[in-house]
Design a binder for this molecule. Structure first.
Ligand SMILES: *[C@@H]1O[C@H](CO)[C@@H](O)[C@H](O)[C@H]1NC(C)=O
Ligand SMILES: *[C@@H]1O[C@H](CO)[C@@H](O)[C@H](O)[C@H]1NC(C)=O
Ligand SMILES: *[C@@H]1O[C@H](CO)[C@@H](O)[C@H](O)[C@H]1NC(C)=O
Length: 272
């Protein structure tokens, strides 16, 4: 009996407060899984004259919706409801005080990997990222590794001290510490759950051997060694040639000798 009394008293208080509040009737009350919608609000018991109205989405005024008429019934057309269009829509009537009502526009969950193909070096850290879109945002995220035989293996934050998962409603990041070529290469799946369902995407992770990461460097080193060797060999080969050149120049004094002879001859002729 006591409980019934308390309940009816509460109900009276609720009714009393409800009757003093202006009442906005929204139609529909909520939009879910639709490609287009017509939202409407009907202010049935304004507490003061209506000076105007406008619509908001996620607490930002929607451009071009502000009216300065005293209409108590306003509409908003949503032509293309994609993942970005979801959110909390609010009709606002400019009265004293302002009154408003929310219509939630729910869109299917969409999950997209930041990159569908990632790569990391052996022993480094591998990082994979997935984003979630839609309204409402995911309430849960999970990561799985698709094993070579196709069966998924659930990855938890502390599995093997090897994984680190950081999650916000619209983003999840999986870090793999100390990448191993054999164990960690392969396909990963990020999965999000919202009240409207489940969505997922896949990422392929390639792990390069440390040596492979060194290849460009080793290539440069090899090039330098080859170049130095070539120059060295060339120089070595050149040296004997230069010696023979010196021989040639050594023969030059012979020539000059001969000219000397000629001069001598000339002188001799002159003296003759
Ligand atoms: C708004 O609500 C009032 C009161 O319930 C009703 O008479 C009126 O027809 C409604 N207007 C529209 C456009 O639905
Ligand atoms: C995973 O562990 C890290 C570090 O301990 C923590 O910051 C993070 O919130 C955890 N993530 C989840 C999803 O539990
Ligand atoms: C993630 O969600 C928050 C709040 O829901 C929002 O403010 C933010 O812009 C979102 N970030 C991205 C990258 O979508």
């Amino acid at each position: 009996m006591k409980i019934l009394f308390v309940l009816s008293a509460l109900l009276c208080v609720y009714r009393a407060s409800a009757s003093t509040e202006p009442l906005i009737v929204t139609d529909p009350a909520e939009v879910s899984n639709r490609t287009s919608a017509l939202l409407s609000c009907n202010l049935t018991a304004p507490t003061s004259p209506i000076k105007g109205s406008f619509w908001m989405k996620n607490d930002l005024e929607l451009d071009g919706t502000r009216k300065s008429t005293n209409q108590a019934y306003i509409e908003l057309t949503l032509n293309k409801i994609n993942a970005q269009a979801g959110g909390q829509y609010k009709c606002v009537f400019v009265t004293e005080p302002e009154v408003s009502e929310v219509i939630e526009v729910k869109t299917p969950l969409h999950v997209s990997a930041y990159k569908h193909s990632e790569q990391g070096n052996e022993r480094d850290r591998g990082v994979m990222v997935c984003h979630g879109y839609g309204y409402p945002l995911p309430t849960d995220w999970a990561w799985r590794k698709i094993q070579p035989d196709g069966t998924p293996f659930a990855i938890a934050n502390a599995t093997l001290d090897k994984y680190e998962i950081k999650t916000t409603p619209n983003k999840t990041t999986l870090s793999i510490l100390d990448l191993d070529m054999e164990q960690d290469m392969g396909d990963y799946e990020c999965m999000a759950t919202s009240e409207l369902g489940v969505a997922s995407d896949k990422i392929h992770l390639r792990v390069r051997s440390r040596l492979a990461a060194l290849w460009p460097f080793l290539g440069i080193v090899a090039e330098v060694i080859i170049l130095v060797t070539i120059i060295f060999i060339y120089e070595k080969r050149r040296t004997p040639d230069e010696i023979s050149d010196d021989d040639d120049s050594g023969s030059a004094p012979l020539k000059s000798n001969s000219t000397n002879h000629k001069e001598k001859n000339v002188r001799q002729r002159n003296s003759n």
